[in-house]
Every structure is written in C-alpha cells, then in structure tokens.
Design a protein around this ligand. Structure first.
Ligand code: OFO
Length: 169
C-alpha cells in the first residue's frame, strides 16, 4: 500500500517526466529543421530516457498497489534562437526537475515512506548526471561561439550517443 499523498506526488512526477519527454521531442524537431542531425539524435536519446523515467515511476506505483492517474501535459515550446539557447533551456529544465525530485523525496520523508525514499535515490543520482551532461554541452557551445565548423564537430559527437535502457531499482 502507498499513502494518498505519496501516490498523488508520484502521479505528478509521472506527468513532469512525460512533459520532459515532449519538450525534448520538440527539440528533436527544432534540430532536424536546422539540419543538425547529431543534436537531433542526442535529443532522441533524451526522449527515450525521459520515457524510461516516467515508466519507472509508473511501474513503481503499480508495484505498491497504487493507482496511476495520467494528467494533462502542457504544450512545450518549439522555437529557440540558437543551439546554445536551446541547451541552456535544457539545463534550466533539468535543474527544475532536480528540485521536483527533491520535493518528491520531501513528501516520502513526511509520510515516512521508507520504500519510496529508497526507490527515489536512483532519480537523485540520475539528476546529477542529467545536469552534468547538459552543462558540459552548454560550455562547449559557449566556447565555439559562431564557429560553424566547430558546431559541425559537436554535431558529429552528439550523433554518436546511443540509448541504453536504465535499470531503475
Ligand atoms: Fe527525467 O530527467 Fe530529465 O527531466
């Protein structure tokens, strides 16, 4: 069994992870339209990761005999002024998600749900990685400025990213 408060908080986080997935899918389209296939590939992998984050919470709630209630997902933005501006938006978004995961842990602590506290540790660690990844790409994009050749090299690098399904436990 799971408390109503914990159940509602996890349902909200499922929605927020699905929003992240849609936000990054919108960025896939942005980069595809720019012809930056490598950036688009990086975002496609990110979409899969966010879907896995949502499904991890979804399956966890079911395993605790909770009720999954899917909520309305807001429309994501679809236009950015440059790859750097887009990645800065990713970085800000991931910082927001980190704060949401911390709030989720606060709820678990408040209702003394030890199992949820333990389960959510994976998400806490994942956020450290999520923030580090986009911060690194933002730094590179700032360094290259308007150098188109360097941008294409980064595009090549991001094109090599592959999806590895996470084991969320
Ligand atoms: Fe689910 O980590 Fe990004 O948002």
């Amino acid at each position: 069994m799971i408390s109503e408060k914990m159940e509602a908080a996890i349902n909200k986080q499922i929605k927020d992870e699905m929003y992240s997935s849609n936000l990054y899918l919108s960025m896939v389209a942005y980069f595809e339209n720019l012809g930056l296939k490598g950036f688009a590939n990086w975002m496609r992998v990110q979409v899969q990761e966010e879907n896995a984050h949502a499904m991890g919470l979804f399956d966890y709630l079911i395993s605790r005999d909770g009720r999954v209630v899917l909520e309305t997902i807001d429309k994501p933005p679809f236009e950015w002024s440059s790859p750097l501006e887009c990645f800065e938006a990713v970085y800000r978004h991931e910082q927001l998600v980190t704060s949401l995961i911390n709030e989720l842990v606060d709820v678990a602590e408040e209702v003394k749900d030890r199992a949820a506290i333990s389960f959510l540790q994976w998400y806490i660690k994942e956020q450290v990685e999520e923030e580090a990844n986009c911060s690194e790409i933002c730094a590179k994009l700032k360094l290259i400025g308007s150098d188109a050749n360097a941008l294409l090299l980064i595009d090549q690098e991001l094109g090599a990213r592959t999806y590895v399904a996470p084991v969320i436990a």
